[in-house]
Design a protein around this ligand. Structure first.
Ligand SMILES: [Zn+2]
Length: 357
């Protein structure tokens, strides 16, 4: 038995998903299937991509991803604890379930990514990246493997017993933490829905999870949540849970709301909801991405500026000192994800405007 096989056997008995993923970081090139002592079947598509199959067929498909940015540890700890609790029969699985730790090598070096931002490469965008050595880099290869695994997971076949097509409900929660502190500590980013309407019941799920700030995407993107939403009609969201901290330093109490509601979903129980209205929720629409157009282009904001800081009309937000700049056009416009440390052509921040749904 090789070491990976041995580790897999150990994982099947101890449920230590984080440790197993950390040890084997870059991939297995083979998948594994096993039955646990509690009767659940599990499948590992690749390192950090774990499916759990319920004992009875279910029409619900729940994907919970973490660590798409490797240094965002709180979501990884949330997922790791869920897996341990499933192994220990403290969390019953009644839906089709997939957990992903997105970028294990970046996690192991406490970095956002190894070569490039994985959350820009989905919906096949990894294919258009050409490297000097014409070999896909780690994140491109990882995006491809994740897409393949998710496609397999979300592609519904006939119920083997009844031979009926199950009408599936698909959920995707892509859990993150932000680089900067935020005026609204937790918020969800809804991927652009193309022709589909906003689902206020889905928003109510987040309200019931203590998350009442909502940001609506305005265009297709290379994010994981846009991919699952667009490709599979999943109820998808990028969920921002607070500030980045090292492993072991997260205040897990501050995630109880979302953790409990996700566990209800896994047990196929009704979640806690907070019905949507424009008073209890703060909704922003993306006005535009502010793109770094040249090496000198940068946001003119201090390092301490918080996500959702808003500005008065006329404020100069970004400039290269010459021709390129951005000035606030309306009172109340706000910034999120400010980050000058990106290559030319990528965004240094996202400009928002408040809206009512
Ligand atoms: Zn992130």
């Amino acid at each position: 038995m090789n070491d990976l096989n041995k580790s897999w056997q150990d994982f099947c008995s101890n449920g230590d998903f984080l440790n197993f993923t950390r040890t084997w970081e870059t991939g297995s090139e083979e998948s594994f299937e096993s039955s646990l002592s509690n009767g659940l079947k599990i499948r590992l598509y690749d390192i950090g991509i774990l499916q759990i199959i319920p004992k009875s067929p279910s029409a619900s498909y729940v994907l919970i991803s973490s660590g798409v940015h490797g240094n965002e540890t709180a979501p990884i700890e949330i997922v790791d604890k869920m897996v341990k609790d499933i192994w220990a029969d403290k969390l019953e699985v009644k839906v089709n379930l997939m957990f992903i730790i997105g970028n294990p090598p970046a996690m192991n070096i406490s970095k956002r990514f190894k070569i490039q931002n994985l959350n820009r490469l989905f919906s096949g965008r990894y294919q258009s990246i050409v490297n000097n050595d014409s070999k896909p880099d780690y994140e491109c290869e990882r995006a491809r493997i994740i897409e393949q695994s998710v496609t397999d997971f979300f592609t519904v076949t006939l119920d083997q017993k009844t031979e009926k097509i199950i009408n599936p409900i698909r959920y995707h929660f892509d859990l993150h933490t932000a680089i900067r502190p935020s005026k609204h500590e937790k918020f969800v980013v809804y991927p652009y829905l193309d022709e589909r309407p906003w689902d206020k019941n889905h928003i109510a799920f987040f309200g019931g999870s203590d998350i009442t700030t909502v940001l609506l995407g305005n265009q297709p993107a290379g994010t994981f949540s846009y991919y699952s939403s667009n490709r599979f009609n999943a109820l998808s969201a990028t969920v921002e849970l607070g500030k980045v901290m090292p492993f072991g330093e997260n205040d897990m109490n501050s995630f109880i709301g979302i953790d409990s509601n996700l566990r209800r979903l896994i047990r196929d129980e009704a979640p806690v909801i907070k019905p949507f209205n424009n008073t209890d929720y703060k909704v922003f629409e993306v006005k535009q991405d502010i793109i770094k157009t040249n090496d000198d282009f940068k946001l003119l904001l201090g390092d301490d500026v918080k996500n959702f800081t808003s500005f008065d009309k006329g404020t100069l937000l970004a400039s290269d000192g010459n021709d390129e700049s951005y000035t606030v056009e309306k009172d109340g416009e706000a910034i999120v994800f400010p980050n000058n440390n990106v290559p030319v052509g990528q965004r240094v921040g996202v400009l928002l405007q408040p809206v009512k749904l």
